[in-house]
Design a binder for this molecule. Sequence first.
Ligand code: NAD
Length: 255
Amino acid sequence: MSDFTGLTALVAGGASGIGRATAGLLAERGARAAVLDLHPSPVAKPLLGLRADVTDDASVRAAVTEAAEALGGLDILVNNAGIGAQGTVEDNDDAEWRHVFDVNVHGTARTARLPYLCRTARARLPCLRRAAAARPGTAAVVNACSVAATAGLPQRFLYSATKGAVHSLTLAMAADHVREGIRVNPGTADTPWAGRLLDAAPDPAAERAAPEARRPTGRLVSAAEVAGAVAYWAGPLSGAATGTALAVGGGTQGL
Ligand code: NAD
């Protein structure tokens, strides 16, 4: 496991699930870390909790700047904020379509963009570029993707479309920034959040049985197991990996 001593990290959507497990793991391994979330109140010390809505440019800008100032820079960004959506092409109306895209796709692009732009009061270069220039191999972005991006999951029409977009924009980012030394990888998962999505389905028991039956491990994956993969992409041990997806899905293939 990578050592994050001396590195700084911001986890968007880090107050729950995978993000919470990731922020905790990075801090445990030595990083100074902050969490940006709609509801940052569950975040415990030593993590810094910052309230922001990834659909709102001004609040993300303020939180990224505050994180960079408080932590003394920003080497690692984990873009984990995301919401689910259940249903087929018949079920999601325009308002839901716009909202889920706004959080999952525009929110990821917005939160990814700002560390390229924001700088602390004393810094000449924006955070991520400064990190890449100062310590080659440490600047990393991980965008939360999903097996839904490519697996063709039933009842995930809108959600799959958003994660497909996140997957594509992540590969484009990786290509754009590889020469600057900023690595960008799409993370994916299947965690208790999937359980919550399944619980909202019309027949949770049947829904729950189906995806588990498709998984060779026969169980849902834990947030901690996904956090381990995110930490791999975020840390120096994956120094040559950019634009790579890793399916942490109990043997379910998708990306
Ligand atoms: P979660 O609901 O436990 O955590 C998501 C966090 O994002 C929450 O803390 C929430 O407050 C925050 N958030 C939501 N909307 C926000 C907004 N507008 N602005 C700021 N913060 C916001 O979910 P999770 O299971 O940890 O999933 C995290 C990511 O992983 C998501 O992007 C999800 O799509 C992806 N993912 C999860 C699974 C899974 O099964 N859990 C599978 C594949 C992909």
